[in-house]
Ligand binder design. Structure first.
Ligand SMILES: [Mg+2]
Length: 414
């Protein structure tokens, strides 16, 4: 499958592709700034238009595909763009509007999975391996993202799906605009090899020229070269990394800003809680909500943080770290209660309680360990928990739950 044959895979074809390993998605908005302007003024749709600085040294920031057909490109001087495309509509940039649209986009993507690595204002990698149980196969998730961006943001996004970040990004660039391309591992090399060397990550126009002048025109040429030859042209480090990319190998790790990633639940009570029993019942509910959110996102947590605010608005937190990462309601509850018991609480009325899961780790990376720790199916075990999650997913949180989860499990006492 070459670049042309790859074409654009849209929604209808998704089911036909083996997307099981394509858990890295690259989401890239189409002509983002220009699209935000078109959303605001639909009379500009279908016309060549660009968002560009209008001063003497102004450059094009974003151009519609109608303008690109005239050769207008980002970073081109505005004057040059205007001479290439006489009559083009020029809109001065409104960065506040783009920032707002970007925040809405990242918010939407964050609902798909917290394993989200923004690359720029309009571009992000997602690792959806923890979201497939909830949302379906990667191709379905990619389609869901495109649908939601269109319906909720009135913008269009192109999505590439593959097993590595480089391939996912390449796939989105091949599918633009308003497209979806899934590249399963078996199609990586046929997709890559015919592409010009400039398609490789890190190869700018100068490097591409140098490679071409040495006889390396396509990605396939680079893949077939030996690293020593490439090292003469590029230096050893770049040679190694390009050679790997050209052979379809690359990093798949999507790195969310983990210091910011926490999942939790908190509640302010209409009437302050007094007494251990009332607090523990509330913690059971909050820990359950927080743990369910973590499971849905495919995470387990090393740390559970309890937050309490008293009637005088003093706020205190206690964090408890588990021996191995936790993700069941019962485990999260036990740690939250342990935190509560470390507070010099007495009978002070509590107006707010929160349970937060921090130091998140990918649940699939620790699944085996969790299973061993849990020792198979029993109330509160992961298998039971999954069955209960399925009920909650289907019938909502008010669904009847087994009494074993409603009554507080035994918790450590001081
Ligand atoms: Mg973009």
């Amino acid at each position: 499958m070459g670049q042309q044959a790859a074409g654009r895979r849209v929604t209808a074809d998704v089911g036909a592709v083996d997307d099981s390993r394509c858990v890295v998605l690259h989401v890239d908005m189409d002509a983002f700034f220009a699209a935000v302007e078109l959303r605001r003024d639909p009379t500009l749709r279908g016309r060549p238009m660009m968002v560009a600085g209008t001063g003497g040294r102004g450059v094009v920031l974003s151009a519609t595909y109608e303008a690109r057909a005239f050769g207008v490109r980002s970073a081109m001087p505005t004057a040059q763009a205007m001479s290439r495309c006489p009559g083009i509509v020029v809109v001065p940039p409104d960065h506040a509007a783009y920032h707002t649209a970007s925040a809405a986009l990242m918010g939407l993507l964050g609902q798909i999975t917290p394993v989200l690595e923004p690359v720029s204002v309009d571009e992000a990698f997602l690792d959806v391996s923890g979201a497939t149980r909830r949302l379906g196969r990667p191709g379905r998730i990619a389609t869901l993202i495109r649908d939601r961006v269109r319906d909720e943001l009135s913008l269009t996004a192109t999505v590439g799906a593959a097993a590595t970040k480089f391939m996912a990004k390449l796939a989105s660039s091949l599918a633009k605009p308003d497209g979806l391309l899934i590249v399963p591992p078996a199609e990586v090399l046929p997709t890559l090899r015919p592409l010009p060397v400039g398609a490789l990550w890190g190869v700018g126009p100068k490097t591409a020229d140098r490679l071409r002048s040495c006889g390396f025109a396509s990605v396939g040429d680079v893949a077939d070269a030996d690293v020593a030859t490439l090292a003469h042209i590029l230096g050893p480090a770049a040679a190694r990394s390009l050679h790997e990319l050209a052979r379809g190998r690359g990093d798949r790790r999507v790195t969310p800003d983990t210091t910011e990633v926490s999942i939790g639940a908190e509640q302010t009570f209409a009437e302050s809680l007094v007494g251990e029993g009332a607090v523990e019942r509330a913690l059971l509910e909050l820990a359950g909500t927080a743990a369910r959110r973590a499971r849905r996102a495919g995470f387990a947590a090393r740390t559970v943080v309890l937050k309490a605010r008293y009637d005088d608005f003093t706020t205190v937190t206690r964090s408890e770290t588990a021996a191995s990462p936790v993700d069941t309601d019962r485990q999260a509850y036990a740690l939250a209660v342990r935190g509560w018991q470390r507070l010099p609480a007495g009978e002070r009325p509590v107006r707010l309680l929160g349970v937060r899961l921090e130091n998140l780790v990918r649940a699939d990376a620790v699944a085996e360990q969790l299973t061993l720790d849990d020792g198979g199916i029993r109330p509160g075990s992961r298998a039971t928990q999954r069955a209960l999650d399925a009920i909650v997913d289907r019938f909502g949180p008010a669904a009847p739950r087994p009494a074993s989860l409603i009554s507080p499990p035994e918790s450590p006492r001081r």
